[in-house]
Design a protein around this ligand. Structure first.
Ligand code: FAD
Ligand code: FES
Length: 256
């Protein structure tokens, strides 16, 4: 983990209230695993806490990385004011990242994502493809208007979409997309809202290689403040820190 200044290369609204920020700088050299995140200082002096945003993709040769964020409150609103050439104070890469070590060429991996949980799954899918693993993507969004990166995922492998109102892909959520599938994936990876993670956690709780990415409100981001703990199933006295022991956990471990 390092702290460094990354320079804004581009910033673009790719769907209503969803922005793609491309940053460049030495910190990118340390990026390795998909599912890790950056802890960004907000460019507004009264907002002291950093905001965690997943690394959507990185390119170590050109020292660039992409972040995709949705405007939620004051911090993410302030990010929209960043323009080309501005510097962003970043801490990272943070978190354990998805573990791809058990996979080999020819394996099938399910990639399950929802809404603003989709961004880190893109780097994950790219790394799986580079390993010769076949990703199958199951992505859920509220409606067609807020779908992003559809073609990019399709370029990496088979991709199925669900929207709440049926305006893109099937009507419903990602659990509808998984119904009736007959492949036996060697790994399952998921990132999305709590409801979706609960579904994946229950469905794949005994799967030998199923991993979910958790969200928690964070302060330090580096394991020092215990602000981000989640509880462990069947062990009431045990907790795990999402920032440094996660955000990726095996299914069947965390209380969701
Ligand atoms: P406010 O609601 O004003 O935030 C107030 C405080 O709560 C801040 O300290 C903020 O950091 C914290 N907070 C609020 N919501 C969340 C949340 N859901 N998770 C964690 N802290 C929160 N969002 C994206 O749009 N794209 C991503 O790729 C992304 N990756 C994430 C990866 C991780 C590991 C985590 C934990 C969260 C991620 N988030 C992502 C959520 C993002 O961090 C919050 O939306 C953001 O911090 C909200 O800040 P705000 O000031 O706009 O909102
Ligand atoms: Fe401080 Fe996780 S945010 S320990």
């Amino acid at each position: 983990m390092e702290q460094g200044m990354l320079t804004v290369i581009t910033q673009q609204e790719i769907a209503p209230n969803i922005f793609e920020l491309v940053l460049q700088g030495e910190l990118v050299r340390a990026m390795e695993k998909p599912g890790q995140f950056l802890h960004l200082l907000v460019p507004q002096k009264d907002l002291l806490l950093r905001r965690p945003i997943s690394i959507n993709q990185f390119d170590r040769q050109n020292l660039t990385c992409h972040l995709i964020y949705r405007v939620e409150g004051q911090g993410t609103k302030a990010f929209t004011q960043l323009s080309v050439g501005d510097k962003v104070d970043c801490l990272g890469p943070l978190g354990n990242g998805f573990d791809l070590s058990g996979l080999k060429a020819g394996d099938i991996a399910y990639i399950i994502g929802g809404g603003i949980g989709v961004p880190p799954l893109y780097e994950l899918s790219r790394q799986l493809v580079a390993k010769g693993v076949k990703p199958i993507h199951f992505l859920g969004f509220a409606k067609k208007e807020v779908v992003y990166y559809a073609e990019k995922f399709q370029a990496l492998g088979e991709t199925f979409f669900a929207t709440d109102d049926g305006s893109f892909g099937v009507r419903g959520n990602v659990s509808h997309l998984l119904e009736g599938r007959t492949e036996e994936p060697a790994a399952v990876f998921a990132c999305g809202n709590n409801g979706m993670l609960k579904m994946v956690d229950a469905k794949y709780q005994n799967h030998p290689n199923a991993q979910i990415s958790m969200e928690a409100r964070m302060a330090c981001g580096v394991g020092a403040c215990y602000g981000c703990v989640c509880h462990v199933k069947n062990e009431p006295t045990k907790s795990l820190k999402v920032c440094d022991e996660g955000p990726i956990f095996k299914t069947g471990v965390i209380v969701l």
